[in-house]
Design a protein around this ligand. Structure first.
Ligand SMILES: [Zn+2]
Length: 200
């Protein structure tokens, strides 16, 4: 059953510290497990419901930007690094080659112009907690040669094909501030065909 607002945990940062409020652990009665053939006790269930506080740290800008319709990546600008000018998407806080802080860069336009399917997997059966419509079309997204990494995402509208041009879409209405705010659609998809809450 969905939780009421009183049963949810909330966190703010005040004076540089987490200030949790609400409920972070919901207690629920366990259930016995009986062997139907022998009538004997075999075990118990252990219901667990807890709210985990996940810190984004230096990646926060990436997740905050999705809800504003922007795709942020990061770039190594270190003159002494062999990877100088390399753009990382997924966003990396640090350059893996020189270990210096990488600079956040907006690649929304680059993604609109150059994103294409490098490879893909179609999943008919998913694990627990899946909220994506099935079959899920997972795509490995390739950008232009400045971007030296491949991004894993989901193709929401259209059929995947290697090399196909795709366009990013963003959950700008009621963002979740998670990777669920970013998906891709085939080039030429109409705005009216986007999933609820998403815009180009
Ligand atoms: Zn570097």
């Amino acid at each position: 059953m969905p939780k009421t607002d009183d049963e949810k945990g909330y966190v703010d940062v005040v004076n540089g510290r987490y200030k949790p409020r609400g409920t972070f652990h919901v207690i629920e009665k366990n259930q016995p497990i009986f062997n139907k053939d022998t009538g004997k006790l075999a075990g118990v269930t252990n219901p667990r419901d807890m709210t985990y506080i996940h810190s984004y740290g230096g990646e926060a800008i990436f997740f905050e930007s999705l809800g504003k319709g922007k795709l942020m990546a990061s770039r190594c600008d270190n003159e002494k690094c062999d990877s100088k000018g390399s753009i990382f998407e997924p966003f990396r806080i640090y350059c893996p080659d020189c270990l210096r802080k990488a600079k956040p860069v907006d690649i929304t336009e680059k993604a609109r112009k150059t994103a294409k399917i490098h490879s893909f997997i179609i999943t008919e059966r998913s694990g627990a907690f899946n909220t994506l419509p099935k079959p899920i079309k997972f795509v490995n997204v390739e950008f232009d040669e400045e971007v030296v990494t491949i991004l894993m995402s989901v193709l929401s509208v259209g059929e995947p094909e290697i090399g196909k041009k795709i366009i990013p879409i963003f959950r700008t209405k009621s963002p979740t501030y998670t990777i669920m705010d970013l998906m891709f659609v085939a080039e030429g998809t109409k705005e009216s065909d986007l999933p609820d809450g998403f815009t180009f």
